[in-house]
Design a protein around this ligand. Sequence first.
Ligand SMILES: *[C@@H]1O[C@H](CO)[C@@H](O)[C@H](O)[C@H]1NC(C)=O
Ligand SMILES: *[C@@H]1O[C@H](CO)[C@@H](O)[C@H](O)[C@H]1NC(C)=O
Length: 155
Amino acid sequence: MLGLLFLVLFTPGVSESLCVSSDLEMSYTFCDSMAHAFMINLTPCNIINTSVWKAVLSWIPRSDISFLKIVFNVWYNGAKALHWKEVLCSGADDKYSVCGALKGETIATTFDIKGARIKFPKGNYNIIVQAFSDDSENNRIICLNITMIVTQDAF
Ligand SMILES: *[C@@H]1O[C@H](CO)[C@@H](O)[C@H](O)[C@H]1NC(C)=O
Ligand SMILES: *[C@@H]1O[C@H](CO)[C@@H](O)[C@H](O)[C@H]1NC(C)=O
């Protein structure tokens, strides 16, 4: 029940701030026009000198998550920079706690995002993160449109 307290039903089109600091600004909207019970928080809100971020996720998915594939598309200053896919849940030996969650169930989890080998030069990033419940990418369960502005270069 406690998890529900942290959940906000976001309205489509409204940009939610993820974080703002001296070297980083992040916000996101949903790509589609549906409301989602979804919230994510990232710490620290820094790019410089950070190699691991802790993400706190609260989410009530609209479908069961027995299979979960994440597709990332990143644009840097308007040019496509990265396309990356990963199957997070396949139904066997899943190592993420979201795997196996049922439709309508509250997921509250924390995980680490490691970016040690990725350098983010100063500039504007647009990151589209899509989650699918099937391998052929027909059933999209959520899509985030993340805007990330790096305001300082790491040395
Ligand atoms: C993401 O947001 C940007 C700026 O708000 C917009 O130009 C772009 O079309 C959006 N992309 C998607 C896939 O919704
Ligand atoms: C990053 O780390 C270096 C070396 O430890 C330090 O000199 C610098 O001030 C740090 N920068 C920021 C923005 O924390």
